[in-house]
Every structure is written in C-alpha cells, then in structure tokens.
Write a protein that binds this ligand. Structure first.
Ligand code: PEP
Ligand code: MG
Length: 765
C-alpha cells in the first residue's frame, strides 16, 4: 500500500510538471519501471479506427519503436492479453507459442513477461506490459499493484486521448443577489443533532455560466494573473489529493491526477491565453468561454466515458476561476474548495460517496439534501462523520443561497433559513444542550431494567469510525459495510489494498467484527464493474448475485477478509441472500479460498463464523432451512422493509415509521421465535430499526438481544433499554401486534417514552 501511494504521488508530480499530455505517459512508464523494479515497462494503446494496438510509451525498449510496433487484438502475447481482458504472467515469453518477435525493440534479452489489460468503465483501452531480464514469473504483490494501477493508467490515457482529440479538432467560432428572506423547510432526519452555519451549495457554484462578458486594458498583467492562478489551482489540487488521503484512508486520489492533467493541457491553456491576447477578453471571461467551448466538444464525443469526464473538467475550471477570484480579492471568505474557517452547511441536490472527497469536511456542520432517504448512502456517511443531516428537503436548492444563515434541527426535522433573532437565541440554548447530551454516556453494558443483557454494536463503513467504538461504548462491530472502499475509487482495489484496510478495522476494533462481504449493485453501482442496464436494479444483480457473476472479485475479497481475520475475531456476513444455492456457493468458495491460502502458506483465520443477511422475504419464509447451513443471521431491516412493502428505500415517501408497522413487527416476532428454539445460532438486527429507540423495546419483546447501529446512537439506545423491563417489552410487542397501523404503534411508543422521561431525540429515525 505504501509503495502504491508513493507511485501515485510520483505520478501526480509528473503530471503537474509536464505541459504536453503525450509526454505524461512517457514519464509514467519510467516511474513504474523504477518502482516496480522491472527492466521494461510499456504501454500499448488501442486504436479503434485501425483495429490495432500500438506502442505508445516505453521505458526500456528502443525509444524508436514507439508508434511503430503494432499488433492486432488476439495476436502476440499483448494482443491476446487485450482480447481476453486477462493478465498474462509468464516466464520465457519467447518460448510461448503466441509470442511474436519485433525486431529493433531490444526484447530478445527479456525472460519474464506480464501483460495487464488497461480497463476503465468496463472497457479495455490498451495494455500495460512489464518485462524483466530475470527468469521467473512476477510475484503476486507486483500483480496486485499492477492491477490497482491499471485503471488509473487507463483513465489518464482516456483523458490524454480526449485532449489530443481537442488539439487536433477544428477551432470553432466563438461568441459569446439576493434579498435574505427567512423561511423553514421540512425533511427527513437521517442523523440526529442540531447544527448552525453558512450555506454552501454544492456544484451550484456555477460561475462558469454566470461570468459575464469582460475585457481588460493590460494584457501583460492579465497573462501574469493567469500564470499565478494556474499555479494556485495546481497547488490546491495537490493539496486536495493529500487531504483526501489523510481524511479517508480507504480513498485514493486518482481523480485528482486526471484534474491535474487538465490544468497542464497546452491546448486548453493556449486557448485561454489567445482569448486574452487576441480578443482582449478578461481572464474570467476567457476561462468561461473556453470551458463552454470544450464542454460542448466533450459532450459531442461519441464516447460515453469521455462525456462523463465533463464533470471533472468543470470541477477543474471552477477551481481555476476560484483562484482568479481569490487573487483579485473577490472571494473574501478564503478558499471555498479548500477549507472554510466558519462552520458551514452543505446544501445539495444529491450527494455521492465520492463527492465527499471533493469537499472540505473540516468545519462541515450539517448536510441538507433534496434527494436521499434514511437508508441512502449519504445518510450512512453522515453518520460515519457524525454530521447531522436532513434529506428529502424538496426545493432547497432553488430556495437557499450561498452564505445564507442556516439552523438545522434534525430532532424537529426542520431547516431554518436566515432565522429571525428570537429563533437564533432559542437555538443557542439547544446547541449547548445537545453538546452536553452527547457527552453523557452511561458506562457498562446495556441492560434492561430487570437485568437482561443486550449487546449493542456499531455499524461502520470507514476505518476512522473505529475510534467511535470506545467513545460511544460499542461492543465491537456488528456490521462493517466493506463497500465504501470499493465505491470511493475508479478501479477494483486489489487483495492487498483490501487486506490493509480490513486488518486496520479488525485490529482497531474492541471486540468481534462482523465483516459484511461486498454488497454492491442496485443502489450502489460500481463504475468499473459492468452491470447490465436493469429496469429494476433493486431486484437485479446486487449483493451475492453480483459476486456469483464475478467470482474473481469474490475470491480476492475473501482472501483479504480471511487474512485480516487472523488479527481478531471475525464473523463473515453475506448480503442479499435469497436462495439456498447461494449459501452452498459461499460455503464452497470459502473452502476453496482457505485451501489456496493454505497451499501458499499464507496465514488466515480459521475460527470465523459464517452468516447471512435476512433482507429478502424468501429467506424469512425459509429461515428454518437456511439456519441449518449458517452460524448466524443478521436482519437487514432496511432492505427487508423495501421488499416486504414494495417501497423503494431512500424514496421520499418512506415514512421512517414503516418498521413499526404491525405486519413488519410480526415478521420480527416470528424471527425471534425461530431463534429462541435454536439458541446455538445467532440472530441480530443491523438495519436502521436497531438504532430506533421506539423500535428497540419491541425487538427485545420479540426476543432479539443483539443490535448493531450507528455508534452515535448507542448511548441513547442504551438509556432507552435501561428504562424497560423485558416483561414490559413483551407486553408492548403484543399490544403493537394487535394494532392496525405503524402510526398507531408510533403514537404508543412516543407516549411511553415520554412517560419515562425519554423525550427529545428519540424521534430521530
Ligand atoms: C439493511 O438492508 O438493512 C442493511 C443493514 O444493509 P444496507 O443498509 O447496507 O443495505
Ligand atoms: Mg441491505
């Protein structure tokens, strides 16, 4: 991992120093050759029009061969690697029947060969080859590192290709505040808390389209300003990369490499300069004209991958414009993209997990989003970073302006925009009270009033969250969602990257870790795994189904899991199980992976337990059969609710109370009953329901004693549990089961909690 980071950093530095995008690849192959300790490192690019691969850059082969050595897909080792989309790792390549010798390259002295397909967005665009004079195949660690690097190379090549296209295409003809009102909006609280700050609208800093026609009267000064702004924008990009890496250890900074490439591109920079000198345009106007011109070209490109890069290009041009504004002292409030000195509230239409990497989360006090629901991923991340969040706030983007004063009250599920003085004063008290309440943590394990022990564990997605376990008194990790590591990057993380992350989580946990196997597909797409278009992704290739379709991903994932498991106590949990055959498959796969690790004499965990999520109705119905084949189950109430009620999770119509519906409670009661008869098997609840103080007493009434939830809500749930006896919980559940609606149950629970003095944030779902 450390080495990989060094290589990535070196690559960023190279991009920062090279003007011509064509030169970038030449420098990168040199860095790779040194860092991977190989004699030859080359890149072959696929030319779609001519249907051949051409040597584009090399370190070690005769430089004269660049642009001359060509082969068709399927021909020669490199052509086969490209066609089969598979790594070739062999010794004595010249003895291989498919070997083709190219004169004048200097290849004859090389005794080991590895070809790595360069793929991104599910498409292969070339091949990276490594060759050594030494005999023998390449080690697994080099294979893993090359695998991790290849999508980044592919991305760089795509960008370089796109920029080359722009350089050669014909040049087109060029043409080309508000009153602070006070109001309140409602939403769905997905993370408790109260926050105050200035609004910042994400992705709506649309200065590029807002910039008006402007001219200058000093060309020299304007060009000097451009140089300074470029330097500042490049420095900011490199800083963002460093920040991303320090903020989230799971992240990698490949997107910023692509950003640097734009900031170094001669075609783009020359066009801006030309606007300044030939057209007398101001720097800001020149940037916005050139942006619009190139944006149009990008969008016209037939290639979807190119078109998707427009957002990165826009990001970069905005950063450049910001630097100009700052140098002209038009942005008083320091750098909007870098850090913010004051507390701020992020207002967005929709957020993706990777968006967080582009944002300064220091001083981020709250999130308000138009889209997303209780169980969406931004909700999960808000919990991970302990940021109060209100989602499903319709109209917020059009109604709120940057710098508006915002008070976010997730207990009342309201956001106040530019509140009057009396509201502000009230919130001063509430903010103080909420800070005090958060620190009030009851020591010792959770216990009902009559002494029944209840296990409260934490749901986590990030390594940094392990620090919350101790803070909030979690007994280990009840659900480690491994997918964030996969979703945050543009390429599949190799076994070693995964091992690094998992071993940190396992060794930093203060108890057992339930590590959930990669759960993607559906609402969590991976852009590098080809998932065919589906009309109903929630009912499609997700969770275990996707892993069964991509056994290689599962194999290296499980290897990393088992290796990390040796450092603590782990339970392995499989998502989206719907059929018994899937359980047989995972059992066989675990056996196979154990066998391969044993043969390779790699240490791994052998005393782990295997479990499945109960998320699909078929598993609930067949539960008695399923538990014969597993050690435990964990009820994923978020998905189970979605499939039971046929109501899409995250939809704004999700009331947040559905888990209290008597129908759903009956399901939980039946699950509890099944496990009371099988005490040797484990049952826990890890969906949002487990962290809901209105629901937990009812679940205890169903006989469930193991819960996993966002760490921050553990103190509140613990306090709630201590106010109820087990007998009381059983009675409450019986009363709830006889009711007709979730609202009726919610009303009963609210009034009981209020009677027990448990008011306030208990309403948070
Ligand atoms: C669930 O479905 O309840 C669950 C815990 O899994 P996720 O929210 O990650 O889908
Ligand atoms: Mg789920």
């Amino acid at each position: 991992m450390g080495k990989l980071l060094t290589v990535l950093r070196n690559i960023s530095e190279v991009i920062a120093g090279v003007e011509d995008s064509g030169e970038v690849l030449a420098k990168i192959v040199k860095i790779l050759a040194v860092n991977l300790d190989v004699d030859v490192c080359s890149v072959y690019e696929y030319d779609k029009d001519r249907n051949h691969l051409v040597l584009t850059a090399t370190s070690g082969l005769n430089p004269e061969s660049v642009g001359k050595v060509m082969m068709q897909p399927g021909k020669g080792l490199t052509g086969i690697c490209f066609q089969n989309k598979e790594i070739i790792n062999i010794e004595n390549p010249s003895k291989h029947p498919d070997y083709i010798f190219f004169g004048n390259t200097g290849e004859e002295k090389l005794y080991s060969y590895m070809g790595i397909p360069l793929a991104t967005g599910g498409r292969v665009i070339g091949v990276l080859t490594l060759q050594r004079q030494k005999q023998g195949m390449f080690s697994q660690s080099i294979v893993d590192m090359a695998k991790s690097l290849s999508p980044q190379m592919a991305n760089l090549m795509l960008n370089a290709g796109m920029l080359r296209f722009l350089a050669s295409s014909a040049e087109p003809k060029h043409r080309e505040s508000s009153h602070k009102s006070s109001f309140t909006l409602k939403g769905l609280a997905v993370n408790p808390g109260v926050a105050r700050g200035e609004a910042f609208k994400f992705k709506i800093r649309d200065w590029l389209s807002e910039t008006e026609h402007g001219t200058h009267n000093d060309q020299k000064k304007e060009l000097e300003l451009f140089d300074k702004a470029l330097t500042q924008a490049r420095e900011n990009t490199i800083k963002m990369e460093a920040r991303a890496l320090s903020m989230i250890s799971e992240a990698d900074a490949s997107i910023f490499n692509a950003h640097l490439l734009f900031l170094e591109d001669k075609t783009i920079l020359d066009e801006i300069k030309r606007e300044i000198s030939a057209e007398n345009h101001s720097l800001e106007f020149s940037i916005s004209i050139v942006f619009k011109r190139f944006e149009k070209k990008f969008l016209q490109l037939g290639d979807k991958v190119f078109r998707e890069r427009v957002i990165d290009f826009k990001d970069v041009m905005l950063r450049l414009l910001e630097s100009v504004k700052m140098l002209r002292n038009q942005l008083v409030d320091s750098n909007l993209i870098e850090t913010k000195s004051k507390e701020w509230i992020l207002v967005a239409h929709e957020l993706m997990p990777s968006d967080l990497l582009r944002l300064p989360i220091d001083n981020l006090a709250g999130i308000v989003c138009e889209k997303g629901g209780v169980t969406s991923h931004v909700a999960i991340l808000a919990k991970a970073f302990e940021i109060p969040a209100l989602l499903g706030v319709s109209g917020v983007m059009s109604k709120v302006h940057n710098y508006d004063q915002i008070i976010l009250d997730c207990h009342a599920e309201r956001v106040y925009i530019n509140p009057p003085e009396n509201i502000k004063a009230q919130f001063d008290d509430l903010l103080k009270a909420s800070e005090a309440a958060e620190t009030k943590i009851v020591e010792g394990p959770a216990m009902t009033a009559d002494g029944t022990r209840i296990a409260l564990r934490a749901n986590i997605s990030l390594i940094c969250e392990t620090s919350l376990l101790q803070k909030y008194g979690a007994e280990g990790i009840g659900l480690y969602r491994t997918e964030f590591l996969f979703m945050i990057r543009d390429y599949l993380p190799g076994e070693d990257i995964q091992y690094d992350v998992f071993s940190k989580v396992v060794s930093e946990s203060n108890g057992e870790v339930t590590l959930r196997v990669l759960d993607v597909g559906g609402d969590k797409p991976l852009n590098y795994v080809n998932i065919p278009h589906e009309e109903n992704p929630a009912l499609g290739l997700r969770g275990i189904r996707l892993l069964m379709a991509h056994p290689d991903i599962l194999r290296s994932h499980l290897r990393a899991v088992l290796r990390a498991g040796r450092l603590g106590r782990i339970k392995i949990l499989f998502p989206m199980i719907s059929k018994l055959e899937e359980v047989h498959f995972i059992r066989a796969m675990l056996k196979e992976v154990e066998e391969s690790l044993k043969q390779e004499q790699i240490e791994y965990a052998t005393d782990y337990r295997v479990g499945i999520m109960v998320e699909v109705p078929s598993v609930f119905i067949g539960l008695n059969k399923f538990i014969e084949h597993v050690d435990f189950v964990s009820v994923g109430t978020n998905d189970l609710q979605q499939y039971i009620f046929a109501l899409e999770r995250g939809s704004s119509t999700e009331s947040g109370y559905d888990c209290l519906s008597p129908v759903f409670l009956q399901i939980m009661a039946d699950i509890g009953a099944i496990f009371r008869a099988r005490p040797e098997k484990g049952v826990s609840v890890c969906g949002e329901m487990a962290g809901n103080p209105m629901a937990v007493p009812l679940l205890i009434g169903a006989g469930i004693k193991d819960f996993s939830m966002p760490a921050k809500v553990i103190p509140l749930v613990k306090k709630t549990i201590s106010a109820f006896s087990e007998k009381e919980c059983v009675d409450l559940l019986q009363r709830a089961l006889k009711m007709d609606s979730a609202d009726e149950v919610a009303a009963m629970q609210k009034s009981i909690l209020a009677d027990k003095g448990l008011t306030g944030p208990v309403d948070a779902k």
